[in-house]
Design a protein around this ligand. Structure first.
Ligand SMILES: [Zn+2]
Length: 326
């Protein structure tokens, strides 16, 4: 739990810093605008003065409050109109004097009312899974290149590599846009674009404010076994599992490369089932086909994947090799 407390403290400090930076940026911009266009500064001061005067007038003549207020509203509207016009003429956004927070949902506090904001959960995930490496790994859909896929027919599919990847790409985009899209099962050899496309999806979902865990299957299984055999602090794996349950998208990369035990097999089964039951999204990426999955893990796991996942077969020529040759 110590690790967790330290992580939360670190994140809270990060939020403090974000808010301080956001306010400083606002102050800086306001000062700049006031220096360059003193008229704006004057109008803003007039608006403030008007509010104070209005308040004083109402206190002095409460019986005339309605009249006084109407006059105030009229004058205020005139000033605001004038201010908006000057800002517009100078290409300054009307909300220039508002603080722009990184997260508009929680204003960089980590909480929406009493609920943890998704940006908070993502920060916890980032710390735990060390997504600092991943940030550079994340790609945008627009960076995806179809040029690495030839017009050679893919065996068993009856379409070309290029046609095949176009279908997969479309499914990946749909997956990000449609809440009810099926989970994705990416299989195929190394260097066919599975990881690249997974990272495009991860980025897109994170941009939508969703929480994403991107982890290697072998890492999770070995952490689980360490935990089961008491090699690690107890809460540690439980926190990992909680974050996994919370996350909107779980990407399990490189399934099949690990030495599997019956313990890990059960964990995989639990993870898949719980995501199906809670309707949370998952991507499995592997170089094994369904037959291989059934043999290595179990028929039960293979059949769950078959039901709940869109099975997509990546085919082509190793992109890394192609890049090298270029
Ligand atoms: Zn937030």
């Amino acid at each position: 739990m110590q690790y967790h407390d330290a992580a939360i403290r670190r994140i809270m400090n990060e939020y403090d810093e974000l808010r301080t930076i956001a306010r400083a940026k606002r102050d800086e911009l306001v000062e700049k605008v006031h220096n360059e266009i003193p008229e704006i500064k004057k109008i803003e001061a007039d608006i403030n003065r008007l509010g104070i005067e209005n308040f004083g007038n109402i206190i002095k003549n409460p019986e005339k409050a309605q009249e006084i207020n109407a006059e105030f509203e009229k004058n205020l509207a005139l000033l605001n109109e004038k201010k908006a016009e000057i800002l517009k003429n100078n290409n300054i956004p009307e909300d220039y004097d508002e603080v722009k927070y990184t997260c508009e949902k929680c204003f960089d506090t980590g909480y929406e009312d009493t609920k943890k904001c998704s940006c908070f959960t993502q920060k916890l995930i980032n710390l735990r899974y060390d997504l600092s490496n991943m940030k550079e790994m994340l790609h945008d859909f627009s960076e995806f290149s179809f040029d690495y896929y030839s017009n050679k027919k893919v065996e068993n599919l009856g379409i070309t590599e290029r046609e095949n990847i176009e279908i997969i790409y479309k499914k990946a985009v749909e997956f990000c846009e449609n809440e009810d899209a099926k989970n994705l099962f990416f299989y195929g050899g190394c260097g066919f674009g599975k990881t690249f496309l997974s990272s495009c999806i991860a980025k897109k979902m994170m941009d939508q404010g969703k929480t994403v865990i991107y982890t290697s299957a072998s890492g999770i299984f070995s952490d689980y076994e360490d935990y089961k055999f008491g090699k690690k602090e107890n809460d540690d794996f439980e926190i990992t599992r909680d974050l996994m349950r919370d996350s909107n998208l779980l990407i399990l990369d490189d399934l099949g490369c690990e030495v599997i035990s019956s313990l890990s097999c059960q964990l995989l089964n639990d993870i898949i089932n719980e995501r199906i039951i809670t309707g949370k999204k998952m991507i499995i990426s592997t170089n094994m086909n369904m037959k291989g999955i059934a043999q290595k893990y179990s028929d039960r796991i293979a059949s769950r994947i078959y039901e709940a996942f869109e099975i997509l077969h990546f085919a082509g020529t190793d992109i890394r090799v192609q890049k090298l040759l270029k």
